[in-house]
Design a protein around this ligand. Structure first.
Ligand SMILES: [Zn+2]
Length: 112
């Protein structure tokens, strides 16, 4: 079992479990974000139902080194954008419908 590593920056011995070198603060192994199917589904669902969160996740995944994570990030941001547009359109339609109903009710009331 290998419990020690050498910091690539200052060559001091560090524990393999450390994420940062205690001497120079170098990020020894950035915790990779999961790109498992389950995680991807969760992110896409989050992008659709919790738009601001999807954007945060998207940016976080875009910053990862590997291509899979970058793709997950792009999809997440695109989904968030589409959902936001649909949400704005839906809200506008709803306001329009409510306004029309209120107007017709008012006209009925004025008729009496
Ligand atoms: Zn170091």
């Amino acid at each position: 079992m290998d419990d020690s590593l050498v910091c690539p920056s200052c060559h001091i011995e560090v524990r393999s479990t450390d994420y940062f070198c205690y001497n120079c603060g170098k990020n020894l192994k950035p915790k990779p974000l999961s790109t498992s199917l389950t995680q991807q589904i969760l992110i896409y669902l989050g992008s659709v139902f919790l738009p601001p969160l999807g954007l945060v996740w998207g940016v976080r995944y875009l910053r990862q080194e590997d291509n899979t994570s970058k793709i997950v990030g792009v999809i997440s941001i695109v989904l968030t954008a589409i959902t936001s547009v649909l949400l704005i359109k839906f809200t506008n339609d709803l306001i329009k419908t409510v306004n029309e109903q209120v107007n017709s009710q008012l006209q009925e009331m004025q008729g009496f």
